[in-house]
Design a protein around this ligand. Structure first.
Ligand SMILES: [Zn+2]
Length: 157
């Protein structure tokens, strides 16, 4: 049984800590503990909440096309499509031939955004119905590095 708290209460003459004080103390304690202390200066309290209620990640966000892209990318069908392509390519990067690394699926030869525009997709339903999106010939397996390189060349094509 921890005795610390009782000793402290004794010292305070039996005065019990209010809930508020306890919370305050616990926060102060956390700040003081190295485990919770930030190594490179203090980060804002909302560090982990960054992005929350901002831009595309917020559920109520209606503007822009980004949320739709997110929705499509996070859809079950996209996951299915990706894993189908991974399997077809035997989990091997189609540019450098690396296996067993972090792999991504690249929309190729047509860019995701091009398919998007060409089919005038305005909703998740339209995207799900769009055959071009889910054509296995419209994607290839790439490792992260190669994928990043192709992204860099987008504007130069
Ligand atoms: Zn690669």
């Amino acid at each position: 049984m921890p005795t610390g708290i009782y000793t402290r209460i004794k010292k305070r003459g039996g005065w019990k800590l209010s809930k508020k004080t306890k919370i305050k103390m616990s926060i102060a304690k956390r700040k003081a503990y190295p485990k919770y202390a930030w190594k490179k200066g203090h980060l804002p309290w909302n560090k982990d909440l960054k992005g929350y209620k901002s831009g595309g990640s917020h559920y109520n966000w209606k503007g822009g096309i980004t949320p739709l892209v997110y929705q499509i990318r996070n859809s079950f069908k996209t996951r299915q499509w990706r894993s189908d392509i991974f399997q077809r390519d035997d989990y091997t990067c189609q540019i450098c031939g690396l296996k067993g690394v972090y792999l991504e699926v690249d929309h190729y030869p047509k860019l995701f955004s091009e398919i998007f525009k060409d089919n005038k997709i305005k909703s998740l339903e339209e995207a799900l119905r769009c055959e071009e999106f889910w054509n296995l010939n419209g994607g290839r397996t790439l490792c992260k590095e190669c994928h990043n390189l192709t992204k860099g060349y987008k504007g130069k094509k």
